[in-house]
Structure formats: C-alpha cells, structure tokens
Design a protein around this ligand. Structure first.
Ligand code: FAD
Ligand code: AMP
Length: 478
C-alpha cells in the first residue's frame, strides 16, 4: 500500500467521513485514520455521532416514546393494550444493532468510494507527515498533499462529579444502563441532559435535572423555552434551575449529590447520576510539537472561515473547531474542505445551521431568537401558530407546541423560525430552505402546503406575520 496520498483525514466521525468520501468522489487519493472501536472490539468508523451520540440516543428516544404512547396515549384513541412492559436489554440491543449497521455502512462506503480505511491512531507532524499507529501492526509515517483533522469532541468532566462509569456516568454510560434506575440525577439541562433524562423518565425513573443557570435553554427562543419547560416538567422531569452541583459521592450503591441554590445547600440521593455538562474539543495526542497547527484560547483548533488551520495544506472540521457542536455542521464543513482542495469554492452558511432537541415535543429552530432581535434593536414582526388548532395534530392527538416565525419589519425577510411540536426536527428543514433562498414570510404564505399536515402550521405562522392566518383570530388584521 502507498504511504503517500492526496488527502489524509484523521477522524471518521460525520465531519471526517463526509470529507473523505467527497474527496474520493472528486478523484483525490484519500485515506482516513480512525481509532474508534465498537462494542465488539472491531473498528467502528462513524465517530461519536454513530457510536455514542446522535444515532444511539435517537434509538432510545424513539423506543421510549413508543412505550409512553402505548402506556399512556393509546387508550384515548380507542386502543387498549394490556401488560405493556419494558425490556431494557432488548431496547439496548436494538440500539446496538442500528449502530453496528451504520458503522458497517461507513466502512462499506469507504470501500465503494476507494477511501483507504486505516483503523488506528493518527498524529500530525511537520509538512503534512502523519504518524499512523494501527490497531494491529507497525507504526508508519504517511504523507499527504492535504490533511483534514476531524478528531471530534469528548464529554466535559467536572471535579465535583467524577465519572466512575458505574453509578456516575457520562452520556456514553447513560446509553448503556442495564436497568431503569429508580432515582436518576442529571447534571446539566442542555440538549444531551434533556434527551437522556427524557429517555429514562419515560421508562420509569424519577428524574431530577440540576442546572446551574437560572434560564432554561438560553440559546433557544425564550417563549418556546418557557413552554417547553412547562411541558417537560408536566412529563415528570423535575428540572431545578439555578442549582449548582458542588459534589457527588458514591457509597453503598447510591450517589449522594450536594448542590447549592439561592436558598443554600441541599442533598439529593440517586441510584445513578448522569453528568451532561457539555463537550470539549478532543486534541490529545493529535499534534506533534512542530505540526504548525495552533489552538484558540478555548482549546479548539484555530481555523479561518473556510476551515484552514495555520499550517499550509492542513484543515480542521467538526466539533474540534469553533461553531455549534452538531453533526450536520461538521458534515458540511467536511464536504466544503474536500471540494476546496479539489479547486472548487464552496462556503458553509453558519447563519442557517438548524438546532434540534429531540424531546417530545421536539424543539427546533434556525436563525435569530426574539430576545436577540430585541437586544440588537432590529425591527421585526412575529407570526405564530399553535399545534392545538392544527387539524393533523388534533387527528394524531399530539397537539402541544407552536410554530413562531420572526421576519424583518421592513423587508419581511425571515430572520428566525422556532418550533416546539411534533416532528419539529423535520419541519425546521422547511425554514432552513426558505432562509437559504432568502425568502420572505409572505413567500411561505403564498406557497401551497398539503392538507392535512403538520407543515400547515409553518404556512399559517408565515401568514400570521402579516396578520392573515386563517385558522386563528389574528391580533393585527390586514
Ligand atoms: P466525532 O463524531 O467525535 O468523531 C471523531 C472521530 O475521530 C472519533 O471516532 C475519534 O475516535 C476519532 N479520533 C480522534 N482523535 C483521533 C486520532 N488522533 N487518530 C485517529 N482517530 C481519532 N449532533 C447532532 O447534530 N444531532 C444529534 O441528535 C446529536 N445527538 C447527540 C447525542 C449525544 C448523546 C452526543 C454525545 C452527541 C450528540 N450530537 C448530536 C453531537 C454529535 O455527535 C457531534 O457533533 C458529532 O459527532 C461531531 O462530529 P465530528 O466528526 O466532529 O467528531
Ligand atoms: P450543554 O453544554 O448544552 O450540553 O449544557 C450543559 C449544561 O450543564 C449547561 O447549561 C451548564 O450550565 C450546566 N452545568 C455545568 N456545570 C454544572 C454544575 N456543576 N451544576 C449544574 N449544572 C451545571
């Protein structure tokens, strides 16, 4: 095998494997080094997303949602189900089967596209030389005209709650619990804390979520966040804002958590504790001292607008660089860099990266929030539409939430779309498309939507911006 390539990618998470496949499609000789191993001990390309992130969490969210539906919601529409029960090992096994299928799929795509798959560890040295330590065999020095770094991120540890992998777990451990804990603590009411807390709450745990911030989901539109908080609390998630965890100790099969709020210090006893306080860029062992790549002040690899590092011919993409830590953001960066190496000039539009929280109802948005527009003094109009009056949502007996659209007061250009509701993760794609094409709210109002669909709520919210929504009484009529 050659030791010289046009492109070497380090990391086969979503950012790295998209970069590698696109580079190979464009005729560049490409190798991808990745050190992840699956539960069976075999190489498992796909990174955090496929192995311990997006996909396994969604498998458990979907399974646990089906359980709640059967247990609590079927009766209302005339379906009686007796003896609904949870088989946690089967649920975890289904998740593992999906993960194995998808990581195997990435390996298959590498083969089909001619990407040289190199399981093991990569380290960037000077002049785009890469030290490759395979899982089996001898260390080799490879070289490339271009190197793409995509090593991803790992969970943040906090000294008050050291993860022991048994009673105190991080997001990876929280996807592997063998039984439903009676009492579950979650530190952090961010995306991951809410999703994993929801899974185990649905399966029967009493869940307490401790969040240091006073505001709930400060990055989301605050109207949507307020409604979501109420709904999630109603589902049984005991979300305590303004509570900072000061310590967590395991003894006799339980965890004693100490936290502080405005009233003083409190104790909480739980059977398991999930630490979900964010993720940090993973750069350990990645760079030789003379690699020429620099880090920024927060430990991310420093890159410019088009993901070039300070070392000529070396790029970095995904969670390891600035911007939201989201799989789709990394995928687009990976594709952009591969195409730029091939001489094309694409850009990533960071203004239209959608965010999704896969609770039920889902929370999804793109663009600016109302609080951000207020803070910047931009004049805007708002249109909103509740799922409570959507024919399709009513038919499905799934009516919580709303669509809210913010548009420029003068030009009517869509500035932000915020959705709390069933299928919000799918509906937000319509907003992304509209914003990518610089659409006005009126444009969305003029387009025909199939009836009856949840999408009609987007249509009606767009009409509502100008006071024309049909299925609700508009405050401003024009
Ligand atoms: P990663 O996916 O972290 O992949 C990096 C790969 O590089 C890993 O395989 C790693 O082992 C390998 N590597 C690192 N260093 C080296 C080295 N020196 N040599 C060889 N290999 C190396 N995002 C979403 O968009 N939607 C979601 O629903 C979502 N859900 C999530 C749920 C959970 C529980 C978690 C933890 C994350 C979730 N994320 C989600 C975030 C998403 O997983 C990440 O944004 C995404 O995986 C980042 O992709 P990446 O390619 O940058 O890095
Ligand atoms: P995210 O980065 O979106 O995954 O969210 C992580 C959340 O954890 C943030 O909202 C933090 O405020 C919260 N957090 C971090 N440390 C603590 C702590 N010691 N106690 C409670 N919450 C914390």
């Amino acid at each position: 095998m050659s030791d010289s390539f046009d492109v070497i990618v380090i990391g086969a998470g979503p950012a790295g494997y998209h970069a590698a496949i696109r580079a190979a499609q464009l005729g560049l000789s490409t190798a991808c080094i990745d050190k992840s191993l699956g539960k069976d001990g075999k190489p498992a390309p796909g990174g955090t997303c496929l192995n311990w992130g997006c996909i396994p969490s969604k498998a458990l969210l979907d399974s646990s949602h089906k359980y709640v539906d059967a247990k609590e919601h079927f009766a209302a529409v005339g379906i009686g189900v007796k003896g609904v029960s949870v088989d946690v090992p089967r649920m975890i096994a289904h998740k593992d089967e999906v993960v194995a299928k998808l990581t195997g799929g990435v390996a298959g795509l590498f083969k089909a596209n001619g990407v040289t798959d190199l399981p093991g560890t990569g380290k960037l040295k000077a002049n785009r030389q890469v030290e490759y330590v395979p899982h089996e065999g001898e260390t080799r020095t490879l070289e490339a005209k271009h190197v793409i770094l995509a090593p991803g991120s790992v969970p943040v540890d906090i000294p008050p709650a050291p993860v022991d992998g048994d009673l105190i777990v991080d997001s990876t451990g929280a996807l592997e619990l063998e039984t439903v804990p009676e009492r579950l603590g979650v530190i952090g009411a961010g995306v991951i804390g809410l999703e994993l807390g929801s899974v185990w709450n649905r399966l029967g745990s009493e869940v307490v979520v401790l969040e240091a911030l006073e505001d709930f989901l400060p990055m989301a539109d605050q109207r949507i966040a307020r409604d979501a908080l109420k709904i999630l609390k109603g589902q049984g998630l005991d979300i305590r804002l303004g509570t900072r965890v000061m310590g967590a100790k395991s003894s006799n099969g339980t965890v004693e958590v100490t936290y502080q709020d405005g009233e003083g210090e409190h104790n909480l006893t739980v059977d398991k504790l999930i630490v979900a306080v964010g993720r940090r860029p993973y750069t350990e062992g990645l760079l030789a001292p003379d690699s020429g790549v620099n880090l920024d002040e927060r430990g991310f690899l420093f890159v410019n607008d088009v993901c070039a590092t300070d070392a000529p011919g070396v790029y970095a993409v995904g969670d390891v660089v600035r911007g939201p830590m989201l799989a789709h953001k990394g995928m687009e960066e990976g594709i952009m860099v591969a195409e730029r190496i091939a001489g094309q000039k694409p850009l990533v539009n960071y203004d239209t990266v959608p965010s999704v929280i896969y609770t039920h109802p889902e929370i999804a948005w793109v663009g600016k929030t109302e609080q951000a527009l207020k803070a910047s003094g931009e004049a805007y109009n708002v249109g909103s539409f509740p799922f409570g009056v959507s024919g399709r949502a009513l038919a499905a007996n799934d009516t919580e939430g709303m669509v809210k659209i913010l548009a420029d007061a003068e030009t009517d250009r869509i500035l932000g779309v915020h959705i709390l509701g069933p299928q919000a993760s799918e509906l937000v794609a319509q907003a992304v498309i509209a914003m990518e094409f610089d659409a006005c709210a009126e444009d969305l109002g003029l387009i025909m939507f199939a009836h009856p669909t949840l999408s009609e709520a987007v249509h009606e919210a767009a009409l509502g911006v100008a006071g024309h929504a049909i299925h609700m009484v508009n405050r401003k009529r024009k």
